[in-house]
Design a protein around this ligand. Structure first.
Ligand SMILES: NC(=O)c1ccc[n+]([C@@H]2O[C@H](COP(=O)([O-])OP(=O)(O)OC[C@H]3O[C@@H](n4cnc5c(N)ncnc54)[C@H](OP(=O)(O)O)[C@@H]3O)[C@@H](O)[C@H]2O)c1
Length: 308
């Protein structure tokens, strides 16, 4: 099968197209014929991993991922495709099922086939959803779903999403609107219209505006871009919480990938209440170019890889 291997940690050029053996499913695993994957912010962090092994974080990541290069040379965490074959103990899926989900730290999705256990984060793709849309939905769906569940969003609460235009942000925005919240989306100048089209009640441009003088208070503030990306506006956010308000960052703790969050997304996609945002689609052979684009830090929603 065709696969993209990460030859060592480094810039996008370390990703090389290669021929590999098709993986063989164990008794409790299924083999998915992958039609689409996505280049996520996490994939770029893994590929570019440059913390030295003597640093405690470097040691921890090295142990988890591999030293010098990833233990599994095929990185990539999300997939959408068809179940091609299933081991004898698999009961939830059968060959021919259209599925999407996340392999997480097992990686292996920058390839034409991947094996995963039926207990992992995998669900059926709704009939009206394409492989590209499903691959785009998985990462943001699992991460935003986890944090929105933690925040227990109710109708009419006032929410501010900082960085609402990335994969996690565009999903969080649509989910909080679905739960009935009043949502203010924060993004850069080029994405103001996108935020409105996804249902934001108010939009703030972090490159030009701040919260001073607005006098608004929010019950829940979600930092969807993480601690490395900031602005004057982001520093003001914590002061704009209501007395019992909650502030969560996507970098807080270790988010769990829960299939129930994908199930919810599937229901919303089926009824047209959720639409994954796709910025660009690249063929598998051009994945290094896709990484270069995501490294830029301004993708709108998701960057999808068409595998076949
Ligand atoms: N804790 C964990 O385990 C965990 C797991 C997964 C992901 N994460 C983190 O989650 C973050 C988000 O990932 P993602 O894929 O949704 O998005 P992303 O690709 O990291 O970011 C894309 C978005 O960030 C926005 N952005 C860039 N600089 C900004 C700034 N200073 N203020 C506000 N927005 C800014 C851009 O908006 P504009 O173009 O509109 O400026 C763009 O839409 C990543 O940094 C990742 O590390 C953490």
């Amino acid at each position: 099968m065709k696969a993209v291997i990460c030859t060592k940690y480094g810039p996008p050029e370390v990703l090389q197209l290669a021929e590999m053996e098709k993986p063989v499913p164990k008794k409790n695993e299924l083999r998915v014929k992958i039609f689409a994957t996505a280049v996520t912010a996490s994939d770029c962090i893994v590929r570019g991993f440059k913390i030295p092994p003597w640093h405690p974080l470097g040691l921890m990541m090295g142990l988890a991922l591999g030293f010098g290069k990833p233990r599994n040379p095929v990185i990539g965490m999300v997939l959408a495709g068809d179940v091609e074959s299933a081991g004898a103990d698999v009961t939830r899926f059968k060959p021919g099922d259209r599925v999407y989900g996340m392999t997480g730290l097992r990686f292996g999705t920058y390839a034409e086939y991947a094996c995963l256990s039926e207990k992992e984060c995998l669900v059926i793709i709704p009939a009206n959803v394409s492989y590209e849309e499903a691959a785009a939905a998985a990462y943001g769906g699992l991460l935003a779903g986890y944090f929105m569940q933690k925040a227990n969003i109710r109708t009419k609460v006032k929410v501010l999403i900082y960085g609402a235009s990335g994969a996690i942000g565009t999903t969080a925005l649509q989910l909080t609107k679905h739960f009935g919240a009043e949502v203010t989306a924060v993004c850069g100048t080029g994405n103001l219209g996108l935020m409105k089209s996804l249902g934001a009640d108010a939009v703030i441009d972090y490159t030009k505006e701040d919260l001073q003088g607005r006098g608004e208070r929010y019950d829940f503030i979600f930092d969807a871009v993480g601690k490395k990306k900031s602005s004057a506006l982001k520093s003001q956010c914590k002061k704009a919480l209501t007395a019992n308000g909650l502030y969560l960052s996507v970098d807080d703790g270790r988010p769990k990938s829960l299939p129930e969050n994908l199930e919810l997304l599937s229901k919303l996609m089926e009824t047209g209440s959720f639409k994954p945002v796709i910025d660009k689609v690249y063929p598998l052979a051009e994945i290094a170019e896709a990484h270069r684009y995501v490294d830029g830090g301004h993708k709108k929603g998701n960057v999808v890889i068409k595998v076949r």
